[in-house]
Design a protein around this ligand. Structure first.
Ligand code: M6R
Length: 369
């Protein structure tokens, strides 16, 4: 079943272009507009929403963090993101006009399921983004949008994450379409860029040998830091989570702007720091700021591993290792920038002799609170 791959994780990483395409398929009309009637939320219900809370755990939570940028930017709806295990132990202000979006690959995560029940008791509408047909969470939710990643066997989530991002983009754009916060031609332009993403992910996959080499060279390290800004911040969190899960290394993701508020004290000679650089055209200001962060940490001896858009020459003098990803619209960058981090963690863990499909202490779906 591993189709010639040594591990399910490698197979699932390789399946990502297909998974992204499958999640788009059948959801876009010939006019480039979205047809998400399957969600079973009426136009009227969608127009009434005045707040969105995205609730999830682990990697799915990182997808939620990215969804917030898309929902606020495209649909103009205030959006919060919360860990499912925290959500119901405070007193979230929920009304009928609050839409709760829960994201769960398995559809069986107990923390997330309890959040669904809590939200429904308060009469909020719940939309589930889920990969497993007929699992508990979509059955209990008011509406569901399935990701079409296919079965994900490896404990570490990879292709499910990319398809969760696609589903979140679709929901954000659909809300923009139904509520009229974007014109039809703007939506179809973004949709056209989404359609290019399977090829962009394929391009990234075809250039991963230097990343694998780098990972092997870092197998003796004790700690790796990850920095990002804007949608690159959740990507940094995801890169760190993958490394914790698979390589059992101390790994931490930070918002690069927070460096000077504390984490910079961690920087010491030889420490590997992965930096996810925003697009210089799409994110001019944050790009400039992160380039100075790279200079600062390098001046303190960090080994800089820089993930930057093709053609971004400004980072070249400060990158000990430069990983190129294709230029794509800012909000879509996580679809390409996450892939090298998955490959990095998988290869590093393999170099350390770990079982990447079944990391210690972890289960594929966490059915206890
Ligand atoms: O099935 P879910 O998406 O609800 O699972 C949530 C987390 O348990 C999951 O993403 C976990 O963090 C993964 N092992 C990450 O690779």
């Amino acid at each position: 079943e591993k189709s010639g791959y040594d591990h399910f994780m490698l197979k699932e990483i390789a399946e990502q272009p297909r998974a992204v395409a499958d999640t788009l398929l059948g959801r876009i009309g010939a006019d480039g507009l979205l047809t998400l009637d399957e969600m079973r939320l009426s136009g009227e219900e969608l127009r009434e929403i005045n707040k969105i809370i995205v609730v999830a755990c682990g990697t799915s939570y990182h997808a939620g963090l990215i969804a917030k940028y898309a929902i606020e930017h495209w649909a103009g709806i205030p959006c919060e993101v919360e860990l499912a295990s925290e959500f119901r132990y405070r007193d979230p202000i929920l009304t009928r006009d609050t839409l709760i979006i829960v994201i769960s690959q398995s559809g069986e995560t107990m923390d997330t399921l309890m959040a669904v029940r809590h939200a429904r008791e308060q009469h909020s509408r719940v939309l589930a983004i889920c990969n497993v047909n007929g699992s508990t969470i979509p059955r209990e939710a008011d509406a569901v949008l399935y990701t079409h990643a296919g079965p994900e066997i490896a404990v570490a989530s990879t292709k499910a994450f990319l398809t969760q991002l696609v589903a979140c983009y679709l929901v954000a754009l659909y809300l923009a379409q139904v509520r009229g916060t974007k014109f039809g031609d703007e939506i179809s332009q973004i949709v056209a860029r989404l359609w290019e993403m399977p090829s962009r992910v394929e391009e990234v996959l075809s250039t991963m040998e230097p990343v694998r080499e780098l990972a092997r060279s870092l197998a003796g390290e004790r700690c790796v830091l990850f920095l990002g800004r804007h949608v690159g911040f959740p990507v940094a969190l995801e890169g760190a989570l993958k490394l914790k899960e698979l390589a059992y290394m101390h790994a931490e993701g930070f918002a690069a702007g927070e460096l000077k508020h504390g984490p910079i004290a961690l920087i010491e000679s030889g420490l590997p720091v992965v930096v996810v650089v925003p697009s210089p055209s799409g994110q001019r200001v944050t790009h400039e700021k992160i380039v100075s962060n790279i200079q600062e940490i390098r001046a303190r001896g960090a080994k800089t591993i820089v993930i930057a858009e093709e053609g971004d020459t400004s980072v070249e003098p400060y990158a000990d290792t430069l990983i190129r990803v294709p230029a794509v619209p800012t909000l879509l960058q996580p679809l390409v920038a996450t892939v090298p981090l998955q490959v990095f963690a998988c290869e590093l863990a393999t170099a350390k002799g770990h079982d990447v499909d079944q990391p210690r202490n972890l289960a594929k779906s966490v059915t206890v609170e």
